[in-house]
Design a protein around this ligand. Structure first.
Ligand SMILES: *Cc1c(COP(=O)(O)O)cnc(C)c1O
Length: 223
């Protein structure tokens, strides 16, 4: 496993996908998802120039944060968060990607001591197994979310089904972008909706083609 080589390959592919879509490579941030590796490997990865770290579980997030909090890093919690764990973690988080209920949002409002940038997780493909709001539910919930002062809703996050074909991925990511643009136009307070968190190791080039601004990449860094 050559971390520098993998990191270079990923940033080249991100740049290429952006340019192909007539976008600037700087518009896309790469989040290195370190959930597969220990602290030492994550520290080595940071030496390659990675600036965004993502973890999907609270315990592992805290372990990496504790070890690397002095580094100039942006911290992303990308996985489902149980309400009872909000108080343990939320104040170390820069971006939370998996906001999937109003109750969770209210708990974050109660516990956060600074503004937390949040993505609403959407389940565009309507998979039973996936968390997240449907497009209709988002329209209903945003009025309530707008009342919360500590949450800044920066955009939408989606996860594609593992068996989706490239054609299906394009449709899914396009629908997510269409919804993001619609919500952005509403110009709601504390809800810029400027960002899209979509694309993982298998599908980030497609996601960048559909406007993704944060790709969450694990496997491709560590193969
Ligand atoms: C693990 C994980 C990723 C990264 O997936 P890879 O396929 O390993 O790139 C992205 N997002 C979430 C929410 C994850 O849990």
């Amino acid at each position: 496993m050559d971390l520098q080589k993998n990191a270079d390959r990923i940033s080249n592919q991100v740049a290429e996908a952006a340019l192909t879509a007539n976008r600037r490579p700087e518009e896309v941030q790469v989040i290195a998802v370190t959930k597969y590796v220990d602290v030492k490997t994550a520290q080595a990865l940071v030496q390659t120039g990675v600036r965004h770290i993502g973890e999907n579980r609270v315990d592992k997030f805290l372990e990496k944060y504790e070890a690397m909090k002095e580094e100039p890093l942006t911290w992303h919690l990308i996985g489902t968060l149980q309400r009872r764990k909000v108080k343990d973690v939320i104040n170390y988080v820069d971006y939370f990607h998996a906001l999937d209920s109003l109750k969770l949002a209210q708990e974050i409002e109660k516990r956060a001591t600074h503004s937390i940038k949040c993505f609403l997780q959407v389940n565009i493909s309507q998979e039973e197994t996936k968390h997240g709001f449907s497009a209709e539910e988002i329209e209903e919930v945003i009025a309530e979310l707008a009342k919360l002062e500590k949450l800044e809703i920066v955009g939408l996050m989606t996860m594609a089904p593992i068996d989706a074909t490239p054609e299906e991925l394009k449709v899914l990511f396009q629908k997510t972008q269409d919804l993001q643009k619609r919500l952005q136009k509403k110009q709601l307070k504390n809800m810029p909706f400027t960002d899209l968190s979509m694309g993982m190791s298998r599908d980030y080039s497609i996601a960048i083609g559909k406007g993704s601004t944060f790709v969450r990449i694990g496997t491709a860094f560590f193969e």
